[in-house]
Design a protein around this ligand. Structure first.
Ligand code: CP3
Length: 340
């Protein structure tokens, strides 16, 4: 294929079409493990970077140049939606999103407002710049309602999600109002991204695995379903990603999406048998990358072997790249996946 041509291997895999090789990209491929990113972070905080189109586009392009991946992901953050809805969010180094005023009442939910195109003009501009530069597909994304609600209610990253669960169980009506509002905002946000040029969409439900299957069905699934169904008219592949979803997968993936994103706790070949009509994305444990090339090569070979000769596979990690990952290992991994 001529270098100047658009490489749609990733999109073809999303649609279960035959491909010449297995496409690969990495969640959090743009970020702190890259020296080029850290150089920009020395000068600007992360929210400023996401809201400055020239810088955000440059950061999305860094791993494309350095690693040779098959898709780019918009440099943004899941907290941009709550921020556009009027929430005051800080991203604290090595902690994550922190709120001075967590959501804890009807009044705090009522304060969340739907937003307009003008509120996310910077994002549209970033996407337009990227589409002018890229020869591979651009993935847009949003946080899923549960994951966003959990940050809003906890006020800071949590490992138990106790405040979130108490809110859900003790004030179910308010919970549904919050989820409804977030869902509407996410649908608008993702439509805007496709309108500006995004060619695939991923919904990050990073913390949904904290729920029991019954709670997931009652408190979350209707909203995820609404989002994916509402995005059908965009025509772009829709990726449903969550971590720790093994226990809820039958419901989590029973949704109007083209691709299921999985972490390392699940066997890809088994999931493929359960959902033969969907493409699969995953699922190398990012801890393996920190364990040397031999382990990385061995585990990657196993993953590739388990789905050999199957259409609809996109190689990725099971969750985001760690900040101490070696870019050289990732580059080697891309070459390895392409060659096997
Ligand atoms: O390359 C990419 O994947 C695109 C960039 C991206 C960022 N955030 C930039 C960012 C993406 C896809 C996200 C999504 C995101 N943000 C998620 C879902 C993905 C997942 O990993 O499950 C979540 C849970 C967040 C919330 C968030 N924002 C966290 C937990 C952090 C890290 C805090 C820390 O310092 O450890 C952020 C900040 C953030 N967003 C960084 C980046 C590159 C690091 C901040 C920095 O540069 O200091």
């Amino acid at each position: 294929m001529a270098v100047s041509e658009f490489n749609d291997t990733f999109l073809r895999a999303c649609r279960l079409e035959p491909t010449d090789y297995t496409p690969v990209w990495f969640m959090r491929q743009a970020g702190r493990y890259m020296p080029e990113y850290r150089a920009l972070r020395d000068k600007y905080d992360v929210l400023t970077l996401t809201r400055t189109p020239e810088l955000a586009a440059e950061i999305s392009l860094q791993p494309v140049r350095a690693l040779g991946v098959d898709a780019a992901i918009l440099f943004a953050d899941i907290m941009l939606v709550p921020i556009a809805m009027g929430v005051d969010v800080k991203i604290v180094d090595s902690v994550g999103p922190v709120l001075d005023e967590p959501v804890d009442s009807r009044a705090t939910i009522e304060r969340l407002h739907q937003f307009a195109r003008t509120d996310i003009e910077y994002l549209r501009r970033t996407i337009q710049i990227l589409r002018g530069e890229l020869k591979i597909p651009l993935i847009g994304f949003s946080g899923a309602p549960f994951t966003l609600a959990s940050y809003l209610i906890e006020g800071a990253p949590s490992r138990t999600w106790l405040k979130t669960k108490r809110f859900m169980y003790e004030q179910p009506k308010l919970w549904h109002e919050l989820m409804d509002k977030l869902t509407g905002a996410i649908i608008f946000y993702l439509h805007e991204q496709v309108d500006a040029g995004a060619q695939a969409l991923q919904l990050f439900d990073s913390w949904v695995g904290a729920l029991s299957p019954a709670d997931f069905r009652e408190f979350v699934l209707p909203y995820n379903r609404r989002i994916f169904t509402a995005l059908e008219d965009t025509g772009v592949p829709r990726i449903a990603f969550g971590t720790d979803t093994a226990g809820i997968l039958a419901d989590f993936a029973d949704i109007d999406c083209e691709v299921i994103g999985l972490d390392w706790r699940q066997d890809l070949a088994q999931v493929r048998r359960l959902f033969p009509d969907k493409a699969i994305q995953g699922n190398l444990d990012p801890a393996v990358l920190a364990s040397g090339w031999k382990a990385t090569e061995h585990q990657t070979a196993q993953i590739l072997k388990s789905l050999r000769n199957r259409r609809g596979f996109i190689f990725n990690l099971g969750h985001g790249v760690w900040k101490d990952a070696d870019p050289e290992t990732l580059r080697r991994l891309v070459d390895y996946v392409h060659a096997h």
